[in-house]
Design a protein. Structure first.
Length: 304
């Protein structure tokens, strides 16, 4: 697997990935904060490390390094949050002019023999988890969201409902970068009719939770897209190791489809706030900081 970190990337079509029995991916990502003067008391939170296992995707290698700080000046912790995501916290007393976080990971998708096993298993209690059923500040429905939800309510199983909601939310939007922010609510996004992937996800979550179906926000990556992508997991009853349990079935309302082999999950939560890739603070009166990021995701091997 170490060879995958330097292997050339392959050109792969979505249909080819979805039909493969095994796919190996390489993910490289950087976040560089630059300051125009020294800053103190840096506190950074990162949610960028892929899970060890998510459905049929296994993390084979992963490292997150911090550069730009003096040796011994970094205090770092890696812990699991309530959803099982790896949350990295970095603290430094002083930063001269920049700090950079660099992620390198190799992931492998191994397609199981039974289709249902490809979905991520979740505790059966997730079917009644109030965190996945209760509106958040970003997903509280207004009258328009409720009207959309009620127009889609049918006496059918949750996955059929999710298919309908996914298509309806996709039809309600025009993708446009720069028109919304990470603080835009589902109600505001739907009213404007324009937004980016996180807006599509927040609206679908708001609708699904209003209909009483547990749904969570997913932060991850989509091959062919330049930055972090967002979609949703719909939690439904399913078989886990041949026994009754619960699974998370992924839908991408931004692209009006179920998530496939081009989607790689990094973290899940109630909404964007839980899984923001990077966030933090520093002290420095009048000091301005700028964030630059890069991401390189591709396929290094495919087995039919």
């Amino acid at each position: 697997m170490l060879d995958a970190l330097s292997a050339p990337l392959l050109i792969a079509q979505t249909a080819e990935l979805d039909a493969a029995s095994r796919v190996t991916y390489r993910l490289e990502q950087t976040f560089r904060y630059t300051y125009d003067a020294p800053v103190t008391d840096l506190r950074q939170r990162l949610v960028v490390l892929p899970p060890a296992v998510h459905g049929d995707v296994h993390r084979r290698l992963a490292s997150l390094t911090v550069t730009g700080l003096e040796d011994g000046a970094v205090r770092r912790t890696d812990r699991r949050d309530a959803f099982g995501n790896t949350v990295t916290r970095v603290r430094a007393d002083r930063v001269a002019d920049h700090v950079e976080f660099r992620l390198a990971a190799v992931l492998e998708r191994v397609v199981p023999t039974a289709a249902h096993e490809a979905h991520a298993a979740v505790p059966r209690t997730a079917l009644r988890d109030p965190r996945l059923l209760t509106p958040t500040a970003l997903t509280t429905p207004d009258a328009a969201v409720v009207e959309l939800a009620e127009s889609l309510r049918r006496p059918e199983n949750p996955l059929e409902t999710a298919e309908r909601v996914c298509s309806a939310v996709h039809a309600a939007f025009t993708y446009r970068f720069g028109t919304t922010t990470t603080r835009t609510t589902a109600a505001q996004a739907l009213a404007g009719g324009v937004g980016v992937c996180q807006d599509y996800a927040h609206v679908m979550i708001a609708v699904m939770r209003h209909l009483g179906i547990p749904t969570r926000y997913v932060s991850g990556h989509l091959i062919g897209q330049g930055g972090t992508h967002a979609w949703v997991d719909v939690v439904v009853p399913g078989l886990v190791d041949g026994q009754p349990g619960a699974v998370a079935v992924a839908f991408d309302p931004c692209n009006d489809k179920r998530a496939g082999a081009g989607h790689l999950t990094i973290a899940v939560g109630r909404d964007y706030t839980d899984v923001a890739p990077v966030s933090g603070s520093y002290s420095g009166e009048g000091v301005r900081g700028a964030l630059a990021s890069t991401r390189d995701l591709g396929v290094v091997s495919i087995q039919p």
